[in-house]
Design a binder for this molecule. Structure first.
Ligand SMILES: Nc1ncnc2c1ncn2[C@@H]1O[C@H](COP(=O)(O)OP(=O)(O)OP(=O)(O)O)[C@@H](O)[C@H]1O
Length: 251
């Protein structure tokens, strides 16, 4: 940021990095709190703009759970229509998928109540169900947003598995390394806004575990040295700028 406003603080949530995700890839994103994972997802989904650089996408990336701009005063079912229209579905497609969306949301009769009367978990479930019906080519999942109960978790996992198998590519943020190893073949490790490692999920999670283990033992210098060592071994990764080029297709 060149000219920050007075009394403002500039946060470098994410530094320059280059990431190419190919069709058919499932990519995990891991890192400590505040490392830039959600920022990366928001950049890719277009919720925020990068200060510099470019993001190129072959179609509009859909972020599960947050992409639909819903209106609290409207009922759940009205918001289903609104959210689907916002994602580019036609009225005929919405009518076709409506029952499935309500089923995935698990809201049953509450679907007719105003959304402002929902608990945060109920709201998340509705947003998830709406976003999940879009069959996106580029699917973004930020597990930090998951607030559903156990029953919903099982239902959303099922739908997420279907989506993953149908999507061209998936980016998954999770603090669960088991989930990452289970669901992705490639993982990027971010730390303090830097890309530390990009490689096979098994290797990256192993390195990240070693790093966090040293930190939890209080061996901060050993951890920092290891981080630097891993990062420098990745130095052959080309660094290019990021920004976003949206190729939104008309409804
Ligand atoms: N709206 C904001 N205003 C100011 N700083 C922000 C904002 N959003 C994020 N940040 C900062 O950007 C950095 C990266 O945040 P981000 O949410 O991307 O991290 P994260 O890796 O997703 O963390 P977590 O694991 O806790 O969800 C952090 O230092 C955070 O404080």
């Amino acid at each position: 940021m060149l000219n920050p406003l007075p009394n403002t603080v500039t946060v470098h949530a994410l530094n320059e990095l280059s990431l190419v995700v190919n069709r058919g890839e499932s990519v995990g994103v891991i890192g400590r709190n505040g490392s830039g994972k959600s920022t990366l997802m928001k950049l890719v989904s277009g919720q925020i703009r990068p200060t510099s650089g470019a993001i190129h996408a072959s179609s509009t990336p859909i972020m599960l759970g947050v992409n639909a701009a819903l209106v609290p005063e409207l009922s759940g079912d009205q918001n289903v229509v609104l959210g689907c229209l916002a994602m580019g579905l036609t009225h005929a497609e919405i009518a076709e998928r409506f029952d499935e969306i309500v089923e995935v949301s698990g809201l049953e009769k509450s679907i007719h109540l105003p959304m402002k009367s929902y608990s945060s978990g109920m709201g998340s479930r509705l947003r998830f169900a709406i976003a999940a019906c879009a069959n996106p080519e580029i699917l973004l999942v930020d597990e930090a947003l998951n607030t559903g109960d156990a029953q919903f978790a099982a239902r959303s996992k099922r739908r997420m598995d279907e989506l993953r198998s149908e999507a061209g590519c998936v980016l998954l943020v999770s603090h669960s390394l088991e989930t990452i190893k289970d669901m992705t073949s490639r993982t990027v490790w971010l730390d303090k806004g830097d890309l530390i490692m990009d490689g096979p999920s098994k290797e990256v999670t192993k390195a990240y575990m070693k790093f966090t283990k040293e930190l939890s033992k209080g061996n901060n210098i050993t951890a920092a040295n290891f981080r630097a060592e891993v990062q420098s071994s990745q130095a052959n990764v080309s660094i290019v700028d990021i920004s976003r080029q949206n190729t939104r297709s008309a409804g």
